[in-house]
Design a protein around this ligand. Structure first.
Ligand code: ACM
Length: 508
């Protein structure tokens, strides 16, 4: 099937091809004009063609019509002398145009201007819609900062695979990457570390090189708008109360000890976490609230993973809070953050996400749990009535090795912790153990790109692709036979070549 990827739900090849030349004329209903213009600009950028987009009843070789019955993301596509696209939403129209572009030669995906006089597009008929609403990719911009241009390019690549969520991990022990009004030292101090590990963390070597960067509010608004035009929702994360050493380095009063801390220069889990005083909750609300305001239509992720409690155990102030609140375990202190931040965000109309550790303390109803430690955490969350996004590290952490080969670049976990594109293709989004009547709690899945060991755009490409290709089909809901997929993937790689993606070769 022309190497379509992710595979559409229903597809019928028809005899022959349609030949396009410049100028190409597209006509769209007003509600779908944005998708048509995006397609036109992308094709014009790839081929140097004139692509004329009209709204209303004009003639065109591609006609994009709104219809009422295809849902949030579905579409119908009939490729012929006049190609007809039907969709209810702009996202559906955009996915149809993505599939249409895949029916043209790979050069239609060129990121550098390719000069061609005509394109033969395979005639076909297609009806399609995704199975899962949450088709996510997570990118850690805290361990290594990636600038606006790199994130925009990454948005292009995930949108090309009909993925629709970009979860941005905006702070960690090793760097704070967003401005917060009234808290200038977060970026002045917290956004730069003086050194990073060389090789693997366990080797204990330092590069002695400053690493830093942060997004201004304007940067984040640009990213939001850019992503929205490609039907990708950015999900910002402020990770609290653990993974907070950069914040404490900027504002020592947020910490539990008198120790002077720097933005962490090692990888791992710092035991320096936020204290549980009222002023610190106010800080957390200011930080999370500000980021939420920049993404008014987005779900917001409040972190909650890997929060060591040793400082709370040794802190008289934390112990006092436990007595006042009648808590019996320091673990329960984390619930104070989950509840405060969750309440604030929901009052402002945001959906709230958190890593699965929040289940170990109070967690408000309606919180969406991102199950990362193992699929069983997703099962537990669903049984307790929470919606879940499946992100188990054993299957969907793309910072893990691509293979067990010795030549593989250093990655976070040693072999046998290997995640091949073939194993990703076999991932079942809905855990087999989950009772069928609870399957509706599974919103979808998300692939994680933690960046301790990913410092460049090329290495990001290498870790992301082709595993994200396999993932996109799994979460679209049309994954099937691996060997059939392998053939389509080979065809698809020509598109990745045209896009200039430094992907990992399939074998070797
Ligand atoms: C995580 O990997 N700490 C969510």
């Amino acid at each position: 099937m022309s190497g379509l990827l992710p595979r559409p739900r229903l597809f019928s090849p028809l005899e022959g091809v349609v030949t396009w030349t410049s100028p190409l004329r597209v006509v769209a209903d007003a509600a779908l004009e944005g998708a048509a213009r995006r397609f036109g600009a992308d094709l014009a950028g790839a081929l140097g063609w004139e692509v004329v987009v009209d709204v209303g009843d004009a003639d065109g070789q591609i006609v994009v019509r709104q219809t009422g019955d295809l849902g949030d993301e579905g579409y119908r596509l009939q490729v012929d002398d006049v190609t007809i696209i039907e969709a209810t939403s702009a996202a559906g129209a955009s996915y149809a145009l993505t599939t249409l572009r895949q029916l043209a030669p790979a050069i239609a995906w060129s990121s550098a201007l390719a000069i061609v006089g005509s394109l033969d597009v395979a005639r076909a008929s297609c009806e399609d819609a995704p199975r899962f609403a949450w088709r996510g990719v997570h990118l850690d911009v805290a361990r290594h900062f990636f600038d606006v241009a790199t994130v925009m390019r990454f948005i292009d690549l995930i949108a090309a695979h009909r993925l629709n969520r970009l979860h941005l991990h905006l702070n960690d022990d090793q760097g704070w990457r967003v401005e917060v009004p009234g808290w200038p030292r977060l970026t002045k101090v917290g956004s730069t570390r003086r050194s990073s590990p060389v090789g693997h963390e366990r080797d204990g070597l330092d590069d002695g090189v400053f690493h830093g960067g942060f997004f201004t509010d304007d940067d984040l608004v640009s990213l939001r708008e850019y992503a929205a035009s490609r039907h990708v929702v950015i999900v910002p994360e402020i990770d609290l109360p653990g993974h907070a050493q950069a914040a404490i380095a900027a504002y020592p009063e947020l910490g539990n000890t008198d120790e002077t801390l720097e933005v962490w220069t090692r990888w791992g889990i710092s035991e320096h976490v936020l204290n549980v005083e009222e002023a610190t909750f106010a800080f957390a609300e200011a930080a999370v609230g500000h980021v939420a305001d920049l993404f008014p239509a987005s779900p917001v992720h409040i972190g909650g993973d890997e929060c060591p409690t040793v400082e709370w155990e040794n802190s008289p102030a934390a112990q006092r809070v436990m007595v006042e609140r009648g808590l019996t375990s320091t673990r329960e202190l984390q619930g104070l953050f989950t509840t405060r931040l969750g309440t604030l965000l929901r009052r402002r109309g945001h959906e709230v996400l958190a890593w699965d550790e929040v289940l170990d303390a109070d967690v408000p109803d309606g919180t969406v749990i991102v199950a990362w430690r193992e699929a069983a955490k997703g099962v537990e969350a669903a049984r307790r009535g929470y919606d879940v996004v499946m992100a188990p590290m054993q299957s969907l952490y793309f910072d893990w090795l691509n293979s067990g080969e010795l030549a593989e670049p250093v990655a976070i976990a040693p072999a046998p912790h290997v995640t091949t594109w073939e194993s990703v293709y076999g991932f079942e989004v809905v855990p087999a153990r989950l009772e069928a009547e609870l399957a509706h709690h599974v919103r979808g899945a998300q692939a994680q790109l933690w960046t301790e060991y990913i410092a460049t755009r090329e290495h990001l490409d290498y870790m992301a692709f082709p595993r994200l290709c396999a993932f996109s089909e799994v979460v679209w809901g049309t994954a099937g036979d691996l060997e059939e997929f392998r053939g389509r993937l080979r065809t698809h790689l020509a598109r990745l070549d045209a896009m200039g993606i430094a992907y990992r070769a399939l074998e070797g």
